[in-house]
Design a protein around this ligand. Structure first.
Ligand code: AMP
Length: 499
């Protein structure tokens, strides 16, 4: 179905045409007419399916009757509220909404945490019809009375499952309690878990259910491998796969914020240009990390699920599951970063100790595919890990000119060394943080271990030190920041003091 058939208002149709959209995606073809008809929607769709336009276009179309060029803030009350779990998603959705509304007088703004509240406040005070927000920061604005929601007609709960995973349910309930009862509510979620159904039952009225593409399908263009690797050999395994496959860039997924920062720091020390993306990062740091990855200044983006969900980075050649995800559905989301839009991708999972085997069997059930654990073969000529120092020569280590790279051939099926998947030389003292030194851009032909005592010393930055990883400065707990605009409540004791 073509957009032309929708008879969108000319300014919206013009923006859509300018973006090059012709045919609607399946979620758009199903959702747009329903939203235009004013029905509630419960949609199962993931980022990358064209979901944003599926709700934004019909909402803008419906709001056109309020469109006006007045400069009075009162003429631009918030009429549509879009809630998302992360800053990145909020930013992405807001950018798209801005483009779709470009030729209209409908205004939009985005508010999320980790940024100064003042510019957001100024924008809100000037009046906006579409407000895109993360729940925590929106509550700050509600408390500061800079966000007034009593004229909201449309609410979108986007990535609702993820919002519940993060623990936003109480915040969502509070926000929804401020909204008029008479409204259209749209809920999008990758899955319809019992919790999501409960949320829908409480806040949606007789919704139309829309489901596109099975949420548990993994793209057939992604080559998937599961390697059996001891917990403390996973970093070595990561180096090995990167080298063998001549990979240039990859996402590396871990399960915790702390693990994320630690792994990124270790990989950086081992000479890989690495950056971490997790929930404790400031917005500025996140955007910089993403930008650096997109520009190719960073090779590895170590991230948690929450931080990476929905990032619109296409064509990542490889995704590593350094930790097997606790939630099997996250496996599908993670590897969805690679092999997009027909490009072929590689997804490598390291299956170590702990509960990994059980988690893999959950994935197996979900994707309905038998998973064979493979042994990873390590290079014969790799120097003994124990004798090597950490490296940080700032060079890219993995170029395909590595010499022994057998190119397209799969790293699987070589069976490993007698089924042993441990890195050579590891004698169990947990010192996998010391990795083989990379010879100049030719990791594959690692020479005999150098005897230079320099390599037995702990890591120290060289003459041109690499800036300390940003997470060292900002590893603060994820507390909701209170804006300077909100006066803290005086302590009860303080109230009695003056008596
Ligand atoms: P989303 O799932 O909303 O994050 O959209 C993913 C990407 O698809 C965005 O870059 C959109 O600009 C793009 N997109 C959305 N709808 C269409 C369409 N009908 N035709 C072409 N591209 C689209």
């Amino acid at each position: 179905m073509a957009f032309a058939q929708l008879q969108l208002a000319p300014p919206i149709a013009r923006a859509v045409a300018e973006m090059g959209y012709e045919a609607m995606t399946p979620i758009q073809a199903q959702a747009i007419p329903v939203v235009l008809a004013g029905r509630d929607v419960m949609g199962a769709a993931q980022t990358g399916t064209g979901k944003t336009a599926a709700f934004a276009l019909p909402l803008l179309q419906r709001m056109m009757k309020h469109e006006n060029a007045s400069t009075s803030p009162a003429r631009h009350p918030v009429r549509a509220l879009v809630l998302l779990p992360t800053r990145e998603l909020a930013d992405q959705v807001a950018q798209q909404v801005k483009l779709y509304a470009k030729y209209t007088n409908l205004r939009s703004a985005v508010v999320f945490g980790g940024m100064d509240m003042k510019p957001q406040t100024l924008e809100l005070k000037a009046g906006v019809e579409v407000l895109v927000a993360t729940p925590g920061r929106l509550l700050d604005h509600i408390e500061a009375k800079t966000a007034v929601l009593n004229q909201v007609e449309y609410v979108v709960l986007d990535e609702a499952d993820r919002m519940l995973d993060i623990g936003f349910l109480p915040d969502l309930q509070r926000i929804l309690s401020y909204l008029p009862k008479q409204r259209t509510t749209l809920l999008f979620s990758a899955t319809f878990s019992p919790e999501i159904k409960r949320l829908a039952n409480s806040y949606l009225q007789n919704p139309t259910t829309i489901e596109v593409a099975r949420s548990n399908a993994t793209a057939s263009t992604v080559e998937q491998h599961f390697y059996s690797v001891p917990e403390d050999g996973k970093r070595h395994a990561l180096h090995q796969v990167l080298k063998t496959r001549g990979m240039k860039q990859a996402f590396v997924f871990v399960n915790s914020k702390l693990g994320c920062a630690r792994l990124a720091r270790s990989l950086e020390r081992e000479g890989l240009k690495t950056t971490a993306l997790h929930g404790d990062k400031s917005q500025d740091e996140r955007l910089k990390a993403l930008e650096a990855f997109k520009k190719g200044d960073v090779d590895l983006l170590v991230c948690t699920d929450v931080a990476a969900r929905g990032l619109d980075i296409k064509d990542v050649p490889a995704v590593f599951n350094f930790d097997i995800p606790f939630n099997a559905e996250d496996y599908v989301h993670r590897i969805g970063r690679t092999g997009r839009a027909g490009a072929s991708g590689l997804a490598v999972s390291f299956v170590g100790g702990n509960n990994d085997a059980r988690l893999v069997s959950d994935i197996e059930k979900l994707i309905k595919t038998k998973i064979e654990l493979e042994a990873l073969e390590f290079d014969e000529d790799q120097p003994d890990l124990q004798k090597q120092g950490r490296i940080n020569d700032g060079r890219r280590m993995y170029n395909a000119e590595g010499g022994d790279n057998d190119g397209a051939g799969s790293i699987s099926g070589r069976g490993g060394r007698g089924g042993r998947s441990e890195p050579r030389g590891r004698d169990g003292d947990n010192s996998a943080s010391r990795m083989p030194r990379a010879p100049r851009g030719d990791y594959g032909r690692a020479p005999v271990a150098p005897r230079d005592p320099f390599f037995d010393k702990p890591y120290e930055p060289g003459e041109a030190p690499v800036a300390p990883p940003s997470w060292e400065a900002t590893n603060k707990p994820a507390t909701r920041s209170i804006s300077a605009n909100i006066k803290p409540k005086r302590k009860v004791a303080a109230l009695f003091k003056s008596e």
